[in-house]
Design a protein around this ligand. Structure first.
Ligand code: HEM
Length: 478
């Protein structure tokens, strides 16, 4: 009884504070965009949790290119449009700065590159870019290409394959091997995939908790809003998944070191300045969290793009055929001869296919900033997906049409109205790796295999494009 009374009082107090804030001179004076801040504390998070990407779509249709809302405990302005994105990404440190929801920051840790700021961010990024250099690709390309070729051959014997599961497995293995320098295969990679999926699906949640459910306590008032329990569970799931990932990675890393499979940390991790002090691997949380950060940023994104690529090719035989012709015209006929970095640098149709995939199904739907000129404490999110979907410079935006890029002077994946890798000071440091790997995958797949879509599924887009049900594809050797 006491709890119920307490909760009712708490809710009433929150409602009053909220209504007062809604009418506060701050809100009126700042000439804020249209939209609603929803309920006290939880804002519109519940509606978002149910509708996901449709939530943004509905509001953009109602309010136009810019609207206000309250998500994940932050008052937020969401915008789309190439001009707006350009302003935001080039204004890093002046008009805005990168700012992810508290839940993401707490789960990824302040050490993560995407969570750091100022000189620390600059130094970390410069180091990382030094290691993700042209030499890195030159040295790793043959073995990357071989690994992809072997996997495609395996698929030819297992068909039909579940393309979402298989592409995630392949790109997670490649990220572990080339970005982190650990060989994780088979069952272990599947465990890691499961945990990373739980982590990724739950990382965006309200920054509240109830006692015993995780990493920080909150006031009774917040707890009394029962709906928060749902977010608490999400947070608990993400935290537990992170702890299990730490264990899996620590065991694999210890095994690799004991077997002398690795000569220490990969250059990419050194670039992130991951701590390699004397702390035993299992307790070196800074190192383990840097690895989780890389897997989160560098494997889920590439996997989503790899899935979308294979999915589109299985639906557009004419595109696969044209890719095959391009590969053959470059002398890539004998399957036992691996594709090399030089080959894929000069293949305009391969470029166009990768670019079109990243346009139509960008793996990262939007990015978060906080404003120096918008009200303090507010977040700005720019919608990459909506910008691509509503790009007036592109005809039939929802049609997969790689040919549209054939006479484009811009390099693969970039164009003044496309932002799959963001831009400015926060531009994705993994874009060269991602493009290289996606091009190798495209060439290898199309020159060696015919693809037949056996079972399709609608897609969901949160946090990255993926199928709702299994998508099955027959991969047949040519
Ligand atoms: C197709 C694959 C990928 C896509 C579409 C993608 C997309 C993005 C986008 C849009 C951003 C900017 C976010 C912002 O402005 O706040 C970003 C940042 C980032 N990405 Fe990627 N990414 C991909 C692959 C990778 C890979 C392979 C790595 C690892 C090597 C990586 C590591 C990062 C990191 C560390 C950041 C934060 C950069 C910073 O804060 O300065 N990404 N990515």
């Amino acid at each position: 009884m006491e709890i119920i009374t307490g909760s009712l009082i708490a809710i009433t107090v929150l409602m009053v504070i909220y209504m007062w804030k809604q009418r506060s001179p701050e809100a009126e004076a700042n000439n804020l965009p249209p939209g609603s801040l929803g309920l006290p504390v939880i804002g519109e998070s519940i509606s978002f949790a149910i509708k996901k990407v449709a939530f943004f779509k509905e509001r953009h249709e109602r309010f136009g290119r810019i609207f206000k809302t309250n998500l994940f405990g932050k008052r937020t302005v969401r915008v789309y449009g190439a001009d707006n994105i350009r302003k935001l990404v080039s204004g890093e440190g002046q008009i805005v700065r990168s700012s992810y929801p508290t839940s993401v920051r707490k789960l990824l840790g302040d050490q993560a590159l995407s969570m750091s700021h100022g000189d620390v961010h600059k130094e970390k990024k410069t180091q990382l870019m030094k290691y993700l250099s042209p030499e890195f690709f030159h040295n790793h390309c043959p073995i990357l290409a071989n690994t992809i070729a072997e996997r495609v051959q395996k698929w030819q014997h297992q068909s039909p394959i579940d393309i979402h599961f298989e592409t995630r497995k392949l790109f997670m293995e490649l990220a572990a091997r080339f970005l982190i320098n650990i060989d994780i295969t088979g069952e272990v990679i599947e465990q890691l995939m499961k945990e990373l999926e739980i982590f990724t699906d739950n990382v965006f949640c309200l920054p509240f908790n109830i006692p015993g459910f995780g990493f920080h306590k909150v006031s009774l008032a917040s707890c009394s809003v029962s709906i928060i329990v749902c977010n608490t569970i999400k947070q608990k799931l993400a935290t537990k998944a992170k702890l299990r990932m730490r264990e899996i990675i620590a065991s694999s890393l210890t095994e690799s070191v004991n077997n002398n499979d690795t000569d220490g940390l990969s250059s990419v991790l050194q670039g992130l300045k991951a701590e390699t002090n004397d702390v035993p691997i299992h307790e070196n949380y800074a190192l383990l969290d840097s690895i989780i950060d890389l897997l989160f940023s560098g494997s889920e994104t590439v996997s989503s793009a790899g899935f979308s690529l294979l999915h589109q090719l299985s639906k557009h035989e004419n595109v696969s055929e044209r890719l095959r012709q391009e590969a053959h015209s470059h002398g890539l006929v004998k399957l036992e001869e691996p594709v090399c970095a030089r080959d894929v640098q000069d293949m305009p149709f391969v470029d166009a296919v990768v670019k079109e995939t990243l346009r139509i199904l960008p793996p990262v739907g939007g990015a978060f900033r906080e404003g120096y000129t918008i009200p303090k404490g507010w977040t700005v999110v720019f919608g990459i997906r909506e910008t691509h979907e509503r790009d007036s410079t592109v005809t039939s935006t929802s049609t997969f049409l790689p040919e549209r890029w054939l006479h484009d002077k811009n390099s693969s994946s970039s164009s003044p109205t496309m932002f799959p890798f963001g831009g400015g000071a926060r531009v994705c440091p993994g874009q060269a790796y991602a493009k290289m790997i996606l091009k190798l995958f495209t060439v290898e797949l199309s020159r060696s295999s015919a693809l037949e879509l056996v079972q399709d599924s609608p897609l969901c887009f949160w946090p990255s494009p993926k199928p709702v049900n299994k998508v099955l594809v027959n991969v047949t050797r040519l």
